[in-house]
Ligand binder design. Structure first.
Ligand SMILES: [Zn+2]
Length: 71
């Protein structure tokens, strides 16, 4: 499922795989294109790096990452 998609209010596309791995697809911060981590805390940190770089990250993404029980 996707946590957030590219949109006018989002410069990131974050998904969670069935195995629980989080991916930041077509990531602007990584040359390899996709940043992946199994840890929610690390993805939160990663998204804050996007914010620090001036990229848009929707607040809902942080809300989703703070609610693992939904998965
Ligand atoms: Zn990223």
């Amino acid at each position: 499922m996707s946590i957030c998609r590219f949109s006018p209010s989002s410069d990131v596309f974050v998904t969670i795989e069935d195995n629980g791995v989080l991916e930041c697809c077509a990531c602007r911060l990584h040359e390899r294109g996709t940043y992946s981590t199994p840890l929610r805390d690390e993805m939160v940190h990663h998204l804050k790096e996007h914010l620090g770089a001036g990229h848009k990250v929707p607040p809902e993404a942080f809300v989703e990452l703070a609610q693992p029980s939904k998965w």
